[in-house]
Design a protein around this ligand. Sequence first.
Ligand code: XMP
Ligand code: MG
Length: 183
Amino acid sequence: MSNNMMDDVEKILFSEAELATRIKELGQAITADYAGKEILMIGVLRGAVIFMSDLARAIELPVAVDFMAVSSYGAATSSSGVVRILKDLDEDVENKHVLIVEDIIDSGLTLNYLMENLWSRKPASIKICTLLNKPDRRKADVPIAYNGFTIPDYFVVGYGLDFAEKYRNLPFIGVLKPEAYQG
Ligand code: XMP
Ligand code: MG
């Protein structure tokens, strides 16, 4: 791979092929569970975009897509639990079957807030689909209907996930070498 991004990677956790296989399985489970319904996939920007585009094509049902961008308030990021909506949905979710698509759930605070916020808009249902689940640092209990992989408390990049906006386009999920953080 050009640009030497590979030099920053310590190990690959999930290869491109492993991701593809798992996402096919998730798509089949979702297809079975939502038979006869239409799904509104809500992607959480920006990390979920690549996962969502593959997942949508693994679902054999009508799917609409929309996006939200959120950020934690202040510098105390993931510990505060207060989330600010940077970009709201374009569409109304009332009476829709909402499937929230997330790259990774860590503390759970982001999705905990998002679930509460979306329920107030009276959808028919809400479920969460996350590619990665990092339960070690969970602070808020969020119901995960579909989980790609559970991982230890590693900081991971690739397949949509970034470090300082870099590495999102790696086709696998990997762990960075410490040098890559220290710049
Ligand atoms: P919560 O609220 O569950 O937040 O703590 C989840 C969000 O935190 C980010 N996050 C990561 N991003 N590699 C990343 O690139 C990671 O290992 C990681 N862990 C958490 C991510 O934005 C996610 O949406
Ligand atoms: Mg995210």
